[in-house]
Design a protein around this ligand. Structure first.
Ligand code: BDP
Length: 719
């Protein structure tokens, strides 16, 4: 008996040592196997010298300690002696000025405040490896980049590397409520434990900051855009201050969401009119108080006059007047207002697609310089595929930032593997033709086409209290990809996928090509089994889980038939000049090409056109048949993903493999559910048989319609 107990303990210990629950993200630092590299690194880790002092350098020391122990089984040596024992030099351009040539200093300066240089420097006959930034945080970014090069097998000690972000604010938006529920959160509860703050500081906050800094994310908004004014009370400012202090050495600034009616809710005023002197004074004082706690506070993120949130319209004022009120309060402190363009009226719009442009374009030039308009990637709402939002390129005198959704509200939530970088890449690379004929969304957003300096890429976070942070382990790749694209919107989804796979699962070539292949195919698979050929907004009511093309009731623009418009003649939303003319909000080049159903990319077909079921597509097949083929192809792609995953079983630790295996099985069922339910429903209009080559949809449409998910996660709070 005793022996059995000992054996069980041994097993438990051994397997817990092997177990990998994904907590370490892409920063798990697997051991370096290559002997030459090991010996080079071992030498480098034997002598780090910092040219200055900074809390950020302490962060770097911790990261070097962790990485040294995990990659080499060796603790780094931090020397106080600059020359003899030293192998690696770390510091800012200014700190290293005595050892850098003027030319080196000039080229470093050109990299901007977050840029870095790393490479060999020869000084008095000895070569050092140096990592230099213009600020300590640039050094931190350089160190993370160096560690990444080791983890992705691309470190060359003789090569120089420079990099700097193309976007100024690289920001996560948490939709976290003060009671720790997370709107559209699928990974547990909020990691911000407001109740225990400021007294208790969860160590997880630091791992969160590390992960963000490793990607160059430099701003976080902590609270839900459907905001609670309480966050602006003194008690909560004290709590937010603790987080801001923790994040500062990692180069991360804290933002908070501001509820427009806060002057009434916590200020005791009778109005929140942006032109009222008492309201102006409230915001001025509130902002001053905020800066007394957080001297580098980033600013406010605001959702106003959208989906029931209060805003300037209540007082007959426009969005610019609302935004400028807060901008003026923040300006003396260097803060920024991020004003969301996700608006649609309380009354039914003729086409919700048009609303933001109708409301914001006339305000171009009216916003203060410290306002950024944060625009979702598409005009409806984070659908699996949307054409880019027509506001990009349409407001040349305004700072226009991007809002992506990392949390997979409409893309499988936490039960589906959907790598989102291909979607973001597609949007960023879309041609806007404005402000210049060669402009792209990415160019408008990063300022290269718009000429703007105050640039922003924001992503709605998918982070929660689950051990693996993101619910689905593979959704870590979306946090990773978001950060990388915010740093450089020109990166490809493939490059990013390969980096992430190497850093997460290791460098085995077969594993790399198979798992990155799965990631890269996954988004198109989801589009196919959910909303192919430009279909959109046909998901389940409210929780948005699963199919719901039949959903009616409430506001028409919250229902599915409003968007798919299926009838006995055909399907799709006519947004051309003969319909709502939302298409007319794009540049003439796009209007011309997309007005023609034969010329528009088929992926956007039903987004802009209502077409007969027998309309012929490029394949020569009818629209009805192609819809069926797309749904079926989506299901088959998921099954392929399952097979691929099985084939790499011996290359991945059992815990993470099994986690993903189970979720892929759920995904396969959900994909079939989407296909069957949507095709059976659309068939009631099309009245045609399914194409013979697809797996024939099974199940009972009435049963699909009757499914209810009252406990689905992430449901929005009721106003
Ligand atoms: C929608 C979400 C809702 C958010 C809203 C927003 O369903 O929960 O509040 O976006 O972005 O996609 O404000």
């Amino acid at each position: 008996m005793k022996n059995l107990f000992t054996l069980l303990c041994w097993f438990a210990l051994t397997f817990s040592a092997l177990a990998n629950d994904g907590y370490g993200l892409w920063l798990d630092y697997s051991p370096v196997q290559n002997t030459q590299l090991r010996s080079d690194l071992s030498r480098l880790y034997s002598g780090f010298y910092f040219f200055g002092k900074s809390p950020t350098y302490e962060v770097i020391q911790k990261e070097l300690t962790l990485s040294g122990e995990k990659m080499l089984g060796q603790s780094p040596v931090f020397t106080t002696e600059r020359l003899a024992q030293t192998q690696v030099w770390l510091g800012t351009r200014e700190e290293l000025s005595q050892v850098l040539s003027l030319q080196q200093q000039t080229s470093l300066r050109a990299l901007g405040e977050d840029g870095f240089w790393r490479g060999p420097i020869t000084f008095q006959g000895k070569t050092y490896y140096a990592i230099i930034g213009n600020r300590p945080v640039g050094v931190l970014y350089g160190v993370f980049d160096w560690l990444k090069s080791i983890q992705t097998d691309s470190f060359d000690k003789t090569a120089e590397k420079t990099d700097s972000p193309k976007v100024r604010l690289r920001m996560l938006n948490h939709w976290d409520n003060l009671d720790r529920t997370v709107e559209r959160g699928y990974a547990g509860f909020s990691i911000w434990d407001w109740h225990k703050l400021p007294g208790y500081v969860d160590p997880r906050y630091l791992d969160y900051a590390r992960a963000n800094a490793s990607l160059g994310i430099n701003a976080v908004s902590l609270t839900n855009v459907n905001a609670n004014a309480r966050i602006l009370t003194t008690d909560f400012m004290k709590k937010a201050k603790v987080l801001a202090d923790l994040f500062r050495p990692y180069g991360i600034k804290v933002f908070l969401t501001a509820r427009f009616s806060a002057p009434m809710e916590i200020g005791g005023l009778k109005t929140a009119d942006p032109l009222d002197p008492a309201v102006i004074d409230f915001w001025k004082k509130k902002t001053e108080e905020m800066y007394s706690f957080i001297p580098d506070f980033g600013g406010f993120l605001v959702k106003a006059n959208s989906e029931g949130q209060p805003g300037p319209h209540e007082y007959g004022r426009n969005h610019a007047e609302g935004a400028n009120l807060l901008a003026d309060a923040l300006a003396p402190h260097g803060g920024v207002v991020i004003w969301r363009a996700f608006v649609y009226s309380h009354e039914l719009d003729e086409d919700r697609h048009k609303h933001a442009n109708l409301e914001f374009e006339p305000l171009d030039g009216k916003f203060r310089d410290n306002v950024i308009l944060q625009v979702k990637n598409g005009a409806i709402d984070f659908m699996p595929r949307e054409p880019f939002h027509p506001l990009f390129g349409a407001m040349p005198q305004t700072n226009v930032g991007m809002e992506f959704q990392i949390t997979q509200e409409y893309l499988g939530q936490a039960t589906q593997l959907v790598y989102l970088a291909p979607m973001w890449e597609e949007v960023l690379q879309s041609k806007t033709y404005r402000p210049t004929p060669s402009s792209t969304v990415g160019g408008v957003v990063d300022g290269s086409d718009s000429g703007k300096k105050l640039t922003l890429v924001a992503g709605v976070s998918n982070i929660g209290t689950d051990r693996n942070w993101t619910g689905h382990l593979m959704a870590q790749s979306n946090w990773y990809a978001f950060g990388r694209l915010a740093w450089d919107p020109d990166l490809t989804s493939q490059t990013i996928a390969e980096e992430w796979v190497k850093m997460t699962f290791g460098r085995d070539p077969e594993l790399l090509s198979k798992v990155s292949g799965m990631l890269l195919d996954s988004r198109e698979a989801a589009v196919n089994y959910m909303m192919p050929l430009g279909l959109h907004h046909i998901m389940g009511w409210d929780h948005h889980y699963g199919p719901g093309p039949w959903v009616t009731g409430g506001r028409p623009d919250w229902t599915a038939p409003y968007y798919h418009q299926a009838d006995s003649l055909g399907i799709g939303f006519d947004r051309t000049a003969s319909g709502s003319d939302a298409l007319g909000q794009y540049a003439p080049e796009i209007v011309q090409a997309w007005s023609d159903p034969q010329q528009i990319p088929e992926k956007y077909l039903l987004w802009f056109h209502h077409l007969p079921w027998d309309f012929k597509l490029q394949s020569g097949r009818t629209l009805w048949d192609e819809i069926g083929l797309h749904y079926d192809a989506g299901v088959k792609s998921v099954r392929q993903m399952q097979e691929t995953w099985t084939s790499v079983q011996d290359k991945i630790d059992p815990e993470r493999h099994e986690h993903v295996r189970q979720l892929l099985a759920i995904q396969a069922e959900e994909a079939e559910w989407w296909r069957n339910a949507c095709l059976l429903y659309f068939q009631t209009f099309a009245k045609r048989p399914f194409p013979a080559e697809i797996e024939q949809p099974t199940g009972d449409l009435e049963e699909y319609k009757s499914r209810r998910f009252p406990t689905a996660p992430g449901i929005r709070p009721r106003w």
